[in-house]
Design a protein around this ligand. Structure first.
Ligand code: C2E
Ligand code: MG
Ligand code: MG
Length: 722
């Protein structure tokens, strides 16, 4: 108790108010028993008040009741080191430091503060803070008086805080995202190394020092910074805010930002903070994807999707300005043969070149799109007269028909173009394309390598074509196809042979001339069974007539372009010859020039193979196609048939300028047999005879006839002279 009173005295002394104050207080509460009050405080205090000797054990003279809670030992156990000394309770690792701190303060006569660990009775470690000072006790000896409190919780939370801080630092320093704090007027308060790297700076400090006006220095479009601030003001945060940024070296990148406004306790704006990602690669990838979605991979031209957009634009443009919007549907005429015979790589090469040429023909405001396989669509803007459209189309036709060098060879293609005009031929993109497509078919049926404008009648034609195709498909099985024969006459007007010409007597369409269905049969592939049918029928007929005693007559059969380029026509001819037993010398295969030019090398090879079978080859309709002397020299042909248009001209054009004359001369100079077809009048015949033509064919002698009629009208005539 003595010790407790002494401690109370020390506390009173420590807290003694100024003399004037204490007088006032004493005047107010004269009866306060400070001693018992201090005893209560000692009992209640969370922590341990103590007085101890300055010795090796810190031998306690007195401790408050808090000793038990703090250390797990009762005051009785600790005082006088009865069970344990305070030196023992002090953590072994901290003892030395604690002693040094206290002794230093004792030596100087000042108060001390020291925190350290103690080990409690139950083995638990606690952090404590001890505050104290030396005093001279009642016996005149230096002792310590002080207070020890448990600060474990504080220490732990401080450690946790430090740890969290270090963790945050590490994230900030090592994040791959750029992290920042900026002011509203566009300066950096802080930035991490990743942000510096994204913006092209060596360090964050350099970035913070250099950028004083983010909007002007960083943003490619300073308006984006304004937009950022506006969104911030409205909603307090941005998510995935994208902008283009100019890096320190001037290169431009795309970034995406997540940021928020940081507000003070009173809701006042303090700064922005957030994170930045470089999304340039993503953007490029995205752009690439968008490009792929709207462009054709092979040619790089816009695809159907983009075509639709462009066409919509052209329509609204035309509507506003009163111009035409023109859709030109282009289909290559002999692409399929090239693709099938030379392979897709060569086909691709050809398409890329055609795409390039089409682009070259157009203005930058026009569009050329790849619509599918060998189909292209042009959208022409700002045309106010049909004349200017025609000008573009002529250029396209000329450009396309120039030879293309692919895989080391010259390829020739032409194209057929169908046109529709807004507003007259359709009010929307789909109907304009549909009608241009219909017009393209008209161009095909009119001999290809030309363009046709859409007329409303074409719609009906297009529908008719579908039923027509269906009928043609059934024609063979319904036995509607027949082979007629037209005599070919020699110098003495005697028939030397016949040309086999197909006839179609359709249940739905009546007699259909070959010109009307051969093209469609080629497009649909029906030409193959048809060719086989004609070849077989004609050869069989020649053998039959020969066996009937009408002599060895020649038989000419027309071969379509598709057969020559695609099917193994040599195998077919060989098969038919062997099945029918016709002497190959008697068979003449008629081809047109346009068949040869699609794929020159392949055609040449096929012709040589046919020649090897022993058959003869004739160039039909000579003078209407590419009429090239070099082809005639290179190809193994035997017969030249002057096109009937030149024979017709004989009646109207002055004799000297007749092309027929030149063709006869040319043919003979190459050692070829020259045949004139379409001879209708005696005067034509006389003139051709004078030129030295070898054979004649025409209505003057006979029309194409059914086999029965040939027998009665031609072969069974007494003098076999027509
Ligand atoms: P082409 O091979 O030039 O056949 C000659 C065409 O001229 C025939 O027309 C014939 O009827 C016609 N013609 C003959 N003499 C005269 C005449 O004096 N005046 C007039 N104006 N015309 C005459 P056709 O039979 O209508 O055949 C047309 C074309 O169809 C043929 O022209 C040929 O290229 C093709 N063709 C006919 N049959 C076949 C066939 O079986 N297969 C293939 N691939 N094409 C065929
Ligand atoms: Mg012919
Ligand atoms: Mg002909």
């Amino acid at each position: 108790m003595r010790a407790a009173s002494a401690l109370a005295g020390w506390l009173v002394a420590r807290r003694a108010p100024a003399a004037a104050d204490s007088e006032k207080i004493n005047a107010f509460w004269p009866a306060v028993d400070t001693r018992s009050m201090l005893d209560r405080v000692m009992q209640m205090a969370e922590g341990m008040m103590f007085r101890c000797a300055i010795d090796g054990e810190w031998t306690m003279h007195l401790v408050s009741d808090g000793c038990l809670e703090l250390t797990g030992y009762t005051p009785a156990e600790l005082v006088g080191n009865r069970a344990v000394s305070y030196e023992d309770i002090t953590h072994a690792e901290d003892r030395q430091a604690v002693r040094e701190t206290i002794l230093a303060a004792v030596a100087e006569g000042v108060r001390y503060r020291v925190s350290y660990r103690i080990r409690c009775r139950d083995g638990v470690e606690k952090w404590v803070l001890e505050r104290g000072c030396r005093i001279c006790d009642e016996r005149g000896q230096w002792v310590l008086e002080g207070f020890v409190e448990d600060i474990s919780e504080r220490v732990h939370s401080r450690d946790a805080l430090a740890e969290a801080e270090a963790r945050y630092r590490s994230i900030f320093e090592h994040s791959t995202e750029g992290i920042f704090q900026t002011t509203a007027d566009g300066r950096y308060l802080s930035a991490n190394p990743a942000l510096a790297a994204i913006y092209g700076y060596e360090s964050a400090a350099e970035l913070i020092g250099d950028l004083q006006n983010i909007g002007a220095q960083l943003y490619v479009d300073p308006q984006r910074r304004e937009a950022f601030k506006r969104i911030m003001a409205e909603s307090g945060a941005v998510h995935g805010f994208e902008a283009q940024i100019r890096r320190r070296d001037g290169s431009v990148i795309w970034i995406s930002e997540n940021a928020r406004s940081v507000l003070g306790p009173d809701g006042e704006f303090l700064y922005y903070e957030g994170a930045v990602q470089d999304i340039t690669a993503n953007k490029q990838y995205q752009e690439q994807l968008e490009h792929q979605a709207s462009h054709d991979l092979l040619t790089g031209l816009p695809n159907r999707n983009l075509l639709n957009d462009r066409l919509q634009q052209a329509i609204s443009h035309a509507e506003r300005n009163g111009y035409f919007a023109v859709v030109a549907f282009i289909d290559l005429d002999n692409f399929k043969y090239i693709n099938d015979s030379l392979g897709h790589l060569v086909g691709d090469e050809l398409l890329v070149e055609i795409a390039r040429r089409l682009q070259f023909c157009l203005r930058s405001t026009d569009t050329v799109a790849r619509y599918g396989g060998d189909e292209f669509v042009l959208v022409l803007n700002n045309h106010y007269a049909v004349g200017s459209i025609v000008h573009v189309l002529d250029r396209v036709l000329t450009e396309i028909q120039r030879p293309v060098l692919a895989a080391g060879q010259e390829l020739f293609v032409t194209c057929s173009i169908g046109l529709s005009l807004y507003p007259s031929d359709g009010g929307d993109a789909q109907s304009l394309i549909k009608n241009a497509d219909a017009a393209m078919y008209l161009a095909k049926s009119r001999g290809r390598n030309n363009y046709q404008f859409f007329t409303h009648r074409l719609n009906t034609l297009a529908t008719e074509r579908v039923t027509f195709e269906g009928s043609l498909r059934r024609a063979l099985e319904r036995e509607e196809l027949h082979v007629y024969f037209q005599p070919k006459i020699g110098k003495d007007r005697r028939p030397l042979g016949f040309e086999a010409l197909i006839r179609w007597n359709s249940a739905e369409h009546g007699w259909v001339p070959p010109d009307k269905f051969i093209g469609i049969a080629e497009e649909t592939g029906l030409i193959e069974p048809i060719t086989e049918f004609v070849l077989n029928t004609a050869c069989l007929q020649a053998v039959t007539w020969s066996r009937a005693g009408y002599g060895d007559l020649n038989m000419a059969v027309n071969l379509s372009a598709r057969s020559l380029q695609q099917t193994d026509v040599t195998a077919l001819v060989a098969k038919v010859l062997s099945q029918t037993g016709l002497d190959p010398q008697r068979l003449e295969i008629e081809i047109t020039e346009s068949m040869i030019i699609g794929n020159v090398d392949r055609s040449l090879a096929t012709l040589h193979k046919l020649k090897a079978l022993g058959v003869r080859l004739a160039v039909d309709d000579f003078g209407t196609g590419y009429s090239s002397l070099s082809y005639l020299q290179r190809f193994p042909v035997d017969i030249l048939k002057i096109d009937r248009s030149f024979v017709r001209d004989l009646d109207v054009v002055a004799c000297d300028s007749h092309i027929a004359k030149l063709v006869v001369l040319l043919g003979h100079s190459l050692g070829l047999i020259v045949v004139a077809e379409g001879v209708e009048t005696e005067s034509q015949y006389e003139y051709l005879e004078a030129l030295g033509c070898d054979e004649y064919q025409g209505f003057l002698f006979a029309r194409p006839l059914a086999p029965g009629d040939i027998e009665t009208q031609i072969l069974r005539l007494p003098a076999v002279t027509v």
